[in-house]
Design a binder for this molecule. Structure first.
Ligand code: ADP
Ligand code: MG
Length: 675
């Protein structure tokens, strides 16, 4: 079969090169043409030596050999060839470790040279260069691809193997339905594959890339859409008595989004198909409450519920919260982490096995092997992006067709969320609870530090609390960075008599928890902390977040940290203290923080500033093998591909129509390749 032709067919590709190519993911000729150049070497413009001083310019021109001499250097006896270009400019070619060139570069012969030259006093010199007999061989006048290399591979070998692959597979068939090319202004695939490797202009390379990236995304979207389970709609699901009582006792009413999200979840819990749902909501939007309310629904149906949080600290906070909110309604709650040991662990495990615990809250210790449930029906995962796919799967397997709710505060642009979480249903909490006042953010330079301390002092008098966050635990002696240990002492003096505590990752969990409890009980007025307070901590009366060296934190971390305040109806403040000369990127980040509180906007800005990042986490690697497209920087293409895929699937889910045959084949091929 054509596509199974191995890369070893190509001239110059022996065993060793084939092994190196394989490590780059290239096994066949067809893999080769899909191997994307990382850049291009534009040799179109003829540049003679006079142009050597143009920034970044490489010389690419014809020369005639005038003479030979030698000199000694660290490399030993070194050949120096004198030559002249077509302008008549005299140049020296320093042939370090290439004495053999003396035989080839005969007096009076003409060559094409390519490389970077410098002007040394009044003489042009070139020491790193390619030199070829013919213009064709030298690539001068053309744009050459530059590939990522490894091991024994060279650009020359790659280019030759590419040329071979392209011609061996020629003509390359279209990969999209015919009508799409014109409608969407795409390049036919034969041309696109040729042009991505050997474009005649940079625009052509770009257009080829757009076509190939779109094709890849379209196939991905088709796969995702076709895989998505088609749910049958069921009717309304009623609140159980215990849920109604719970809602009646709440000191506030649910937001509309909370009402809708919990109704969607209830429906899923009542339906026989297992739920796989993502609950997206910005920091402070009240996800936990939706979790508890729906947990009650499952418990009322006789199921056990497991709630998993990424850290012991968070798990304990949630266990405390659940105990306060749910045990009055007879819910039997247990708490498990790695540090629950001995007799109490035995008892706990037994209660899970026998079904005398309704709701268990814990860390990843929840999926230890010895944890067995009687009837696990509903799994809730807080801060789901902090867990790997395997961890989530492991917990799910503890139940029989358990419903899963994954909660996240990481905002992702919509098209991306639809793609990455295609196998999820999605509920979103957009609105914040009533009465919330957006956190006011101030950028504070070193000189204005005192007035900031004063403002925070005023808040203490009102019995409002604060977090002071620093990037370091100790003074490591080598820098001007403030650290928690030093600043704790400093602040103690500043706010004499105001009770406070130091909290960082090196404290034992019990101690951290005790501190948080005291903070919640207002026995402490402020915490001096590292970013351990970044995720999930919920103290409603904390109104001030002070982040020092804010320029060192990423946007996502800053947004999470700021989310620790503004969690009640009190006005709150975030002070971002910066020092020294800011990089442009740091300036841009701080500006975004000052301008908006909206997590989605911040995520988009983050993408813009940082470029393709990590936001896709472990989902990137799984089923998505992308050569040409980037899920983070090609958002508009993702959107376009999504639309086309929706149109196609709506019209012809099985891809049975003649015009969609190419897509069906491409998908089948892709499944094979991904294996
Ligand atoms: P997050 O979505 O960041 O996990 P939480 O679930 O921790 O947010 O909720 C933030 C705070 O808002 C908590 O103190 C919670 O009790 C409170 N809260 C939740 N829902 C409402 C509501 N509808 N009205 C008022 N306060 C609410
Ligand atoms: Mg939370």
């Amino acid at each position: 079969m054509e596509r199974e032709r191995k890369i070893t067919e190509a001239p110059g590709v022996g065993k060793k090169a084939a092994g190196d190519l394989l490590s780059l993911g290239v096994r066949t000729l067809s893999d080769m043409i899909r191997f994307r150049p990382r850049a291009y070497d534009d040799r179109r413009e003829e540049r003679r030596f006079r142009d050597a001083s143009i920034e970044d310019a490489s010389i690419s021109c014809r020369i005639t050999i005038m003479g030979h001499s030698e000199f000694s250097s660290k490399a030993g006896r070194t050949l120096k060839v004198t030559a002249m270009d077509d302008d008549g400019t005299r140049v020296e070619i320093l042939c370090f470790n290439r004495y053999f060139l003396k035989q080839q570069l005969r007096l009076g012969s003409s060559w094409y040279i390519y490389g970077k030259a410098i002007k040394n006093r009044s003489v042009y010199q070139i020491s790193s260069f390619e030199i070829k007999r013919t213009k064709e061989e030298s690539g001068i006048g053309r744009i050459l691809p530059i590939y990522p290399l490894t091991g024994s591979l060279t650009e020359k070998l790659m280019r030759n193997a590419q040329i071979y692959s392209l011609s061996a597979l020629s003509p390359i068939e279209d990969e999209l339905p015919l009508e799409m090319y014109e409608r969407l202004s795409l390049m036919h695939h034969d041309m696109a594959y040729n042009a991505i490797h050997f474009p005649s202009t940079m625009e052509e390379a770009k257009a080829a890339l757009a076509t190939l990236a779109f094709t890849e995304l379209l196939l991905m979207e088709l796969e995702v859409l076709r895989r998505k389970p088609q749910r049958k709609e069921t009717g309304e699901s009623k609140l159980s008595l215990i849920e109604q009582k719970f809602l009646g006792k709440l000191p506030f009413t649910l937001t509309d989004d909370q009402v809708n999200a919990s109704a969607e979840i209830r429906k899923d819990i009542d339906s026989p198909t297992p739920m796989n749902r993502l609950l997206q909501g910005d920091v402070g939007s009240g996800k936990t409450l939706v979790a508890w309310l729906t947990a009650l629904h499952a418990i009322a149906k006789g199921k056990q519920v497991a709630f998993m949080a990424p850290t012991e600290l968070l798990a304990r906070q949630h266990a405390d919260g659940a105990a306060a909110l749910l045990s009055p309604f007879g819910v039997r709650i247990a708490f498990i982490t790695g540090s629950v040991k001995g007799e109490s662990r035995k008892l706990l495990l037994r209660s899970l096995r026998e079904g005398t615990t309704d709701l268990v809250i814990g860390t990843h210790a929840l999926f230890s092997e010895d944890v067995v449930f009687k009837n696990l029906g509903y799994v809730i995962i807080d801060e789901q992006h902090r867990f790997g796919v395997q961890q989530r799967e492991a917990l799910k397997k503890k139940g029989d067709r358990a419903d899963i709710l994954s909660m996240t505060a990481t905002p992702i642009p919509r098209s991306l969320a639809l793609t990455l979480f295609a196998d999820y249903s999605v509920s979103v909490l957009r609105s914040m609870p009533k009465g919330r006042i957006p956190v006011k953010t101030y950028l504070v330079s070193e000189e204005k530090r005192d007035s900031m301390y004063e403002s925070v002092g005023v808040e203490f008098k009102r019995l409002h609390q604060a977090y002071f966050v620093y990037p370091r635990i100790d003074d490591e002696g080598d820098s001007d960075l403030r650290d928690v240990t030093t600043m704790f002492e400093f602040l103690k003096e500043k706010y004499h008599g105001v009770p406070s505590a130091l909290i960082h990752s090196k404290l034992p969990d019990d101690e951290k928890m005790a501190i948080l409890r005291d903070f919640k009980a207002k026995k402490l007025m402020y915490l001096v902390a590292t970013s351990v307070v970044e995720v999930g901590i919920d103290i409603p009366d904390a109104t001030c977040m002070i982040i020092e060296h804010a320029e060192r934190f990423g946007l996502a971390a800053l947004h999470q940290l700021r989310g620790r305040v503004g969690r009640s109806t009190l006005p709150s403040y975030c002070f971002l203290v910066y020092s020294g000369n800011l990089t442009d990127e740091a300036k841009a980040r701080l500006k975004v923080m000052k301008e908006t509180n909206d997590g989605f906007k911040i995520a988009e800005k983050d993408l813009e500033i940082r470029g393709p990042g990590e936001i896709t986490g472990d989902r990137q690697s799984g089923f998505l093998h992308l050569h040409f497209a980037s899920l983070t920087s090609d958002l508009d293409l993702v959107e376009k591909a999504r639309k086309e895929a929706e149109r196609i699937v709506e019209d012809d889910r099985g891809l049975l129509k003649a015009e969609n045959a190419v897509l069906r084949e491409a998908l089948a091929r892709k499944v094979l390749q991904d294996k």
